[in-house]
Design a protein around this ligand. Structure first.
Ligand SMILES: [Zn+2]
Length: 317
């Protein structure tokens, strides 16, 4: 009896400690007691960390929907969130160019993992303008992104080996869902006649997509949006749209559509009609709570939008 009474008292005490700890922690943005606090730079990474980490993690993304990672600079609250994190993940490959100095500094004291490092160099595309740099838009190739999911799993296991089995199961299940989405996207994209498989976008975010699905990809800006679109490049693309009778181009959710409108107007002034075929999720996902607010929803949206617009566009003479 006594034993039970002591245990009951102890349980009540533990509960009280728990409640006090909960309220002490709830002072900072929703930190739940016992969960691994993960901060990811982009939504795509946050999605992977949440899928793999499941109930054992609390994940925050620094960049919300529609935010351009190439030009993003940290805010004061970002710095506070990063300092509190148990695990910080970012892409690397110069995607988060402006955040890199801060992340390098934090890595002296905290666990900071560049997940794009999981992709072997020979599978990366290099930047035509800077041969020593690699194209960071690896999420556009679901096969490469699955390597990032594996790296997310390994980072969580290193932090919390106790739940290794769950992390492995979650990563396996998520990677299977990604592979299934890729398979249906591949079918959809191969339904576009080969001569119409040209993707014109605001910046070069779709080169991995192009390599994988057999599309020619042309961007107004290079692989980063850090510099302005040049007038020369716009004129060059207008000429190309007219000459090759390309009728649909695409705007990007996280990049200004001004240069794309200049292409439409430029082609129109030469008597060639070009339409905006839709809005693609290049470097950021859609709004939270929507299908497009997930990585899988994002790549499905892109494949659907691209295939529909290019199939509907009038055929070349
Ligand atoms: Zn980009």
């Amino acid at each position: 009896m006594r034993y039970i009474e002591v245990r009951a008292r102890k349980a009540a005490l533990m509960l009280m400690i728990g409640i006090v700890a909960y309220f002490a922690c709830s002072g900072h943005a929703g930190a739940a007691a016992g969960k691994i606090q993960v901060v990811a730079t982009t939504g795509m990474l946050a999605d992977a960390m949440q899928e793999v980490g499941g109930e054992f993690v609390e994940v925050a993304a620094l960049m919300g929907s529609g935010v351009d990672p190439h030009t993003y600079r940290q805010t004061r609250s970002d710095i506070a969130a990063l300092r509190r994190a148990d695990l910080i993940v970012w892409h690397g490959l110069r995607l988060e160019a402006q955040l890199q100095p801060l992340l390098d500094k934090l890595s002296a004291r905290q666990t900071v993992v560049a997940l794009a490092q999981a992709v072997p160099k020979e599978r990366l595309l290099s930047d035509a303008n800077n041969p020593d740099w690699f194209d960071p838009h690896i999420w556009m190739d679901p096969g490469l992104w699955r390597l990032v999911v594996d790296a997310a799993r390994d980072a969580l296991i290193a932090k919390d080996p106790e739940h290794e089995r769950q992390y492995r199961d979650n990563a396996k299940r998520y990677n299977q869902a990604i592979a299934a989405a890729h398979e249906s996207n591949r079918k959809l994209l191969s339904s576009v006649p080969p001569e119409k498989r040209v993707l014109v976008t605001a910046h070069d975010a779709f080169r991995y997509f192009g390599r994988l699905y057999g599309y020619e990809v042309l961007g107004i800006q290079g692989i980063s949006t850090e510099s302005e679109a040049s007038l020369h490049r716009i004129e060059q693309l207008v000429r190309l749209l007219v000459e090759r009778r390309i009728n649909a181009i695409f705007v990007e959710f996280s990049v200004s559509d001004r240069a794309m409108r200049a292409l439409v107007e430029g082609a129109a002034s030469r008597g060639h009609r070009v339409v905006i075929g839709g809005e693609l999720y290049s470097d950021a996902m859609g709004r939270p709570g929507t299908r497009e607010g997930t990585y899988i929803g994002m790549i499905e949206h892109n494949a659907r939008t691209i295939s529909q617009a290019l199939i509907q566009a009038p055929a070349k003479p």
